[in-house]
Design a protein around this ligand. Structure first.
Ligand code: AMP
Ligand code: MG
Length: 397
């Protein structure tokens, strides 16, 4: 089978997303990481009134320089009265500007005496935050499909919103396979066993996307048990993610069970790590069959399953940004697949460098955990130290 470039596979897989999820209103406290179901526009001005950016004195700029009587004191949160002509108001950061004042003079620049203050000249408008200078009624606050960050939550609150329409989180089933896998916490390893890591890393990747995990545990390499578990998962979940059992070995039953109980496209992606990927459906529920090697499972989930899930969730898939960084490593033998190398970023500015974190084997988790990003090396290319390479930050995956 020919290798399929990632971009082509992604385009075809993303084209299968049709359904929009249901939505619900949630209070802001429950909204972080949820996907906004509608574009939200402001109905108010922020700030709602002109206010002082500093502690100092509010004056009419034509009255200074000079010594002025202090006619009122305006702390934040207290309504001022109109400024008496030819006087100054003592004012504090965030307090509303009295009508008739058009400038704030910093307290550091003032010489305060008993009941009066000597002030320097002022420009009209200085140190005043204007009504509506942040947000005007009708301004877009967040777009439909945007995943709400803590910053967005603060923005919405500042505009007086207390609840937002968000899509109901998808339920994503995670199922791992392998006779050799033992669950951490279930005792010591017997000969031939390793700990199940994919069940945890995949569940964590799903949770970070703001979606619910249906944990189907691990299944032995037994076709019937795998098939039955897939059907149970299909009945409950919006999407199933499996790890292991999709390559060409005799014990790779996930692939054949998807074929028997639904339909499957098997991809040999032109990426390294992560070549085999199954995508199809079981009883109508979409399924990603990821490779078993932990780094391959992580990377194929991030590069292929994540954009699909985000789109299915009603979200805007974030552009997978790549930043040019100079390589502190070399690749002398050109590869046949697009390669994603685990790199650490060190230095800053001109001295920023990407260096390999260690073994690039698809089973080695230490070098993935230590990585800040993945350097993307196109097929057929070599890299010399100091060359520019494109790095996808791992925080964006
Ligand atoms: P497979 O795709 O099932 O042939 O697995 C490929 C490699 O990944 C084998 O070395 C497996 O032991 C390993 N592997 C598969 N699933 C897991 C898992 N859930 N956690 C850790 N290693 C795994
Ligand atoms: Mg296996």
């Amino acid at each position: 089978m020919a290798l399929t470039p990632l971009s082509e596979a992604l385009e075809r897989i993303l084209a299968t997303v049709e359904i929009k999820p249901d939505w619900e209103m949630v209070v802001l406290e429950a909204a972080p990481s949820r996907y906004c179901a509608e574009t939200i526009d402001a109905t108010l001005s922020v700030p709602p009134a002109d206010n002082s950016a500093m502690d100092g004195y509010a004056v009419a700029s034509r009255d200074v320089p000079g010594a002025l009587t202090i006619s009122q004191r305006v702390p934040a949160g207290h309504a001022p009265v109109p400024l008496e002509a030819g006087t100054a108001a003592r004012i504090f950061t965030g307090a509303e500007i009295p009508a008739g004042a058009d400038a704030i003079i910093l307290q550091e620049d003032a010489e305060a005496g008993a009941g009066q203050v000597t002030l320097p000249a002022a420009q009209p408008g200085q140190h005043i935050r204007r009504r509506g200078s942040d947000i005007q009624p009708g301004d877009e606050l967040v777009a439909a499909g945007h995943r709400l960050t803590p910053q967005d939550i603060g923005l919405l609150a500042s505009a007086g919103l207390y609840a937002v329409p968000v899509f109901r989180p998808l339920n994503v089933a995670v199922l791992t396979t392998g006779d050799e896998l033992r669950e951490p916490g279930s005792g010591d390893l017997d000969p031939g066993q390793i700990f199940n890591s994919n069940r945890f890393s995949l569940a964590a990747q799903i949770r970070v996307l703001g979606m619910n995990v249906i944990d189907c545990g691990n299944l032995p390499d037994d076709p019937d048990q795998i098939g039955e578990a897939l059907e149970r998962a299909a009945a409950e979940a919006d999407c199933i993610v499996t790890a292991g059992g999709v390559s060409v070995g005799e014990e790779d039953h996930v692939k054949s069970q998807i074929e028997q109980r639904g339909a499957l496209d098997l991809w040999k992606l032109a990426i390294k790590p992560g070549k085999p990927l199954a995508f199809g459906q079981v009883a109508g529920t979409p399924i990603f069959g990821l490779p078993g090697n932990p780094v391959s499972a992580f990377i194929t989930f991030a590069l292929v399953a994540t954009p699909w899930l985000v789109k299915r969730q009603g979200g805007q898939p974030s552009p997978m940004q790549r930043f040019p960084v100079r390589a502190a490593f070399s690749i002398t033998r050109p590869g046949t697949r697009e390669e994603f190398l685990r790199v650490r970023l060190t230095g800053s500015g001109e001295a920023l460098r990407a260096s390999l974190t260690g073994s690039q084997s698809s089973g080695v988790m230490t070098s993935l955990s230590e990585a800040d990003g993945l350097a993307v090396i196109a097929p057929g290319t070599t890299v010399a130290e100091g060359d520019w390479v494109e790095v996808m930050p791992l925080w964006a995956l």
